[in-house]
Write a protein that binds this ligand. Structure first.
Ligand SMILES: [Zn+2]
Length: 273
């Protein structure tokens, strides 16, 4: 029943950026506010299927937007009132005349994902040197992919050199992969990109499998539902999350947050009509 269970690493899901989010709609005029206590999922969500034909330009633009810098909304932690937690997974808090219910896993996954993408964007994915270089025997296709996209893998924080015979020596790995196996991450991205080889890729298309792998990594690394975190840890997490351009959906498009305004609550209790 935990949402993360359904996310096998090979699940063909792409990170998506919905245009409208439920919480944003709260600033709309009262008569267009959504009344039900549920999250409005954007009809623009699209699922990724790994064929070129299925990658629409719109989707690629959405992917690319993940790599653009945006203005942030600041949230003052002192203004947040944490009410508590239900089912050891969902936090309830009050802020700005709204009640929020936040899935700790989705929120953490979102923050990890955006943090890594930002570092990638800013060329700030640092490497950690391996004491003993790791020799990876690749197949010919994997080796070609790696040769062709060396720059991208370097940007991801991998340092390597060719060893001959399609063997590569890995000298450095990304510093902050949040506990995810670096070699597995490396190979999985190579394999994903190998699937696209010979297809004359645009930069957005090249980034697509990388986005997916980062999303999977973030999902694996994030705290799960039912895992204990303190109120302070949660607060730090959501302060970071609310700074994001779109904090309301995880990289897979699921909601991080559902909310209900004071107005909606008062309406439901018929204090106002
Ligand atoms: Zn997840």
């Amino acid at each position: 029943e935990a949402p993360e269970v359904s996310e096998a690493p090979e699940a063909p899901e792409a990170p998506v950026v919905p245009e409208a989010s439920y919480v944003q709609s709260l600033s709309a005029p009262l008569d267009v506010r959504i009344e039900s206590f549920e999250t409005k999922r954007s009809s623009q969500y699209t699922r990724y299927v790994a064929t070129k034909e299925d990658i629409s330009d719109d989707e690629i633009k959405e992917q690319l937007s993940l790599f653009e810098k945006k203005d942030k909304n600041e949230i003052n932690p002192d203004d947040i009132h944490i009410v508590g937690q239900v089912f050891k997974t969902y936090w309830i808090m009050e802020w700005n005349d709204n009640m929020y219910m936040i899935d700790q896993h989705a929120a953490h996954e979102k923050v990890y994902y955006e943090r890594f993408v930002k570092r990638f964007n800013d060329n700030e994915v640092y490497s950690q040197q391996l004491l003993i270089p790791l020799v990876l025997p690749l197949n010919i296709n994997q080796a070609n992919t790696l040769r062709e996209h060396m720059e991208l893998f370097t940007k991801l924080g991998f340092e390597f050199s060719e060893f001959g015979n399609n063997e590569f020596a890995l000298h450095g790995v990304p510093l902050e992969l949040c506990g995810v196996d670096e070699v597995e991450f490396f190979i999985e991205i190579i394999d994903k990109m190998t699937m696209y080889e010979g297809r004359n890729l645009s930069q957005a298309e090249i980034y697509k499998p990388v986005c997916e792998k980062i999303a999977t990594m973030a999902c694996k690394a994030a705290i799960k539902g039912n895992m204990a975190i303190t109120e302070d840890e949660f607060k730090a997490l959501i302060v970071e999350m609310f700074k994001l351009e779109n904090p309301y959906n995880c990289p897979h498009g699921r909601p991080t947050t559902i909310s209900m305004s004071k107005y909606e609550i008062e309406k439901k209790f018929k204090r106002i009509v």
